[in-house]
Design a protein around this ligand. Sequence first.
Ligand SMILES: Nc1ncnc2c1ncn2[C@@H]1O[C@H](COP(=O)(O)OP(=O)(O)O)[C@@H](O)[C@H]1O
Ligand SMILES: [Mg+2]
Length: 289
Amino acid sequence: MELVIDRLTKQYENKIAVDCISIHLTKGVYGILGANGAGKTTLMRMLSGILKPTSGEIKFNTFDVSHECYREVLGYLPQHFGYYPEFNAMEFLCYIGSLKGLTKGSAKVKAKELLETVGLSQVAKTKIKNFSGGMKQRLGIAQALINNPKILILDEPTSGLDPKERIRFRNLISSLGKERIILLSTHIVSDIEYIANTILVMKDGQIIQQGSVKDVIQTIENKVWECQVNDGIASQLISSYPVVNMRQEEEQVVLRIISDKEPYTMASNVQATLEDLYMYYFSEVGENA
Ligand SMILES: Nc1ncnc2c1ncn2[C@@H]1O[C@H](COP(=O)(O)OP(=O)(O)O)[C@@H](O)[C@H]1O
Ligand SMILES: [Mg+2]
């Protein structure tokens, strides 16, 4: 099983949203990490076959995404998903099932099972207009799974989920990733830190880093610093460097700083995390000031 993205490009008028991306995806969980505007949604819409690339191609095994067969193996949760407010959860899933070509009977069985999986069995008969944001999002994940897809594309699937729902979601994705290609986008580091086999860091339409959490973190080794300073020096440092974290310690401030070079004589290197990496690539200096 292989999804091959070859020199994929999307240009809107004068904006290149996806810029000549080539990647090979096999079984496992891929987390696309990028700030707003990086091109995540554009990339995912092309992978779902609903947006035509300007150039380049996408092939699953040997057939193109526009091929009928692709629809059958694809599950997709758009970033802004349109629900039918007057449907209840069960009706909605059965409806999506019928669109995907399931028989009435098998759609019903599958819908029941998925409501269980995402923790919505209790509200199967509740109209969607009465759902919270997190409940809608869980229903969105369930609808993407109804045809037991081999490729699962989830665009910001955890937006609106509370911490408990996030953990549940992560566990679900980990278990689904064993037999599938799962691609999920987020700007929340912790959503993918524990479950993505591969992190794809996306910036300005390009994949600028790719690898395991350990691999990508290695690229910013020796760029994360901590130092304990007084308030005056702290505010100078904050206006000059991205600061990931600050905490008050008695009369002083402990800063965690991202910098290629030593930001301050008393600063010492500390172990980098994925959150540091995000700050390294996406923060604007002085935005915490
Ligand atoms: N339909 C469109 N027409 C013009 N520009 C667009 C359109 N959709 C997205 N863009 C632009 O393309 C870039 C990437 O957007 P998007 O793929 O939504 O990024 P992300 O999902 O990472 O936030 C942004 O600069 C956005 O403004
Ligand atoms: Mg988006």
